[in-house]
Design a protein around this ligand. Structure first.
Ligand code: DQA
Length: 142
């Protein structure tokens, strides 16, 4: 069974409370439960995690690189500036970058991703459904 880590960066643990006009009212706990169910339906082994600590995210990406797990990654704010996250992503063969909001329709600084050059594809602006689409792609191609 294909193993998938769905990794979420800083402030995403506050989904549901955080700027609901941008990120919606579904909580992180609800998203986690939903995606684990989606994974089951698709025949994937899905584990959903969130951290506000950059080093912890780097270690999770190393874990994926060493174990061969695919990654669905919302790097959140790290998207825009973290070379440490980009370097770790570059070591993982299959990463799909997901953003809940359309980062290209927001502030200028959100338009650039230092992570995107190292990922298979990017989904942005489709709300939480972007995570489901990423999992469906992994199920169809694994
Ligand atoms: C985000 C977009 C980022 O610019 C922001 O820093 C986030 C969330 C998104 O999912 O839309 O925290 O990655």
């Amino acid at each position: 069974m294909t193993r998938v880590l769905v990794l979420n960066g800083p402030n995403l643990g506050r989904l549901g409370k955080r700027e609901p006009h941008i990120y919606g009212s579904v909580t992180y706990a609800e998203l986690k439960e939903h995606l684990e169910g989606t994974g089951e339906g698709l025949g994937l082994s899905v584990e959903v995690r969130q951290t506000d600590f950059e080093g912890e995210m780097v270690q999770w990406l190393h874990e994926a690189a060493d174990s061969g797990a695919a990654v669905v990654l919302n790097p959140a704010a790290w998207t825009h500036y973290s070379v440490a996250i980009a370097d770790a992503v570059a070591q993982v063969p299959t990463v799909i970058e997901v953003h809940i909001s359309n980062v290209h329709a927001r502030e200028e600084f959100r338009r650039h991703s230092v992570v995107s050059p190292y990922v298979k594809g990017v989904i942005a602006g489709l709300g939480l459904g972007g995570y489901d689409l990423a999992l469906a792609h992994l199920a169809a191609t694994s």
